[in-house]
Design a protein around this ligand. Sequence first.
Ligand code: GLY
Length: 303
Amino acid sequence: MSNTQGGHAIVVHGGAGSSCDYTDGCERAARYAVEELGISGDALEAAIAAVTVMEDDGRFNAGRGSVLCLDGATVEMDAAVMDTRGRLGAVACVQGIENPVLLARAVADTPHWFLAGEGANRFAAAIRHPAWNTISEHQREQHRQVREALAGSAPSMPGVRGDAFLRFWNYRGAPDLPAAAACDTVGAVVRAADGHFGVASSTGGSAPSLLGRVGDTPIIGSGFYAGPAGAVAATGIGEHIVRHLLAHRVYSWIEDGMPLDRALQRGIDLFGKDVAVGLIAVSRTEAGARSNRDMPQASIISD
Ligand code: GLY
């Protein structure tokens, strides 16, 4: 926990359960956020700058590193942005594009706040958002691990038997599984020197999952929230996080005057040990991160 009275504060995470070997990616993202603050001074644009760096990194479950769906071919991505100037945008189940966080930012300028699936993809095409269809060796290796985990006896998600995914299979074609859940997200929260807050998050969703599955990341109040008292981003297993409206709940505790570290820990304590979860937050005076798993993270706080 850091005391950050005045000045800017940036906290970035690379996903609950991700390897801390990727911390350098978070540090780079945080530095990009600082650069953006130097240019625009805008908390939301800084949070987005950090998230685009992690989407492009290829090691995180977001953007170019997104987990492959169970068919081994499809990638579905979700992202969201929000700030205290009233900007709010989200996308879910978008396929074949670069930087979903930038598409979420573009949605914030439309009459709507949230576009999903084919409509989101058509919106991307309408605004000439860049395409990205390359599947990396890192993504294929992650998929091999998910297939192996599904074949094992341990639940692939807490409380969920692996054969549930086969029973409800909704991809084109028949399942081809030999039958560890992969579920993380990247996110950034920023307080700018002008006192505004911004949050941005992006994910390739969870693995294993059915086609069309949406977790917490693009859901306001669950995966993210920003208000006059601060900004919060969550990471972990979306099916569990949404049931607690986690980001808004933690925000409310901060707004009520609870020390930020205590609010984050209380949020983590809502979940059983088998559920991976992580949180980052900034308030008017503090900044911090908490997780019940390894979670690569970085923060930069001005004097
Ligand atoms: N937290 C990412 C997801 O559940 O989709």
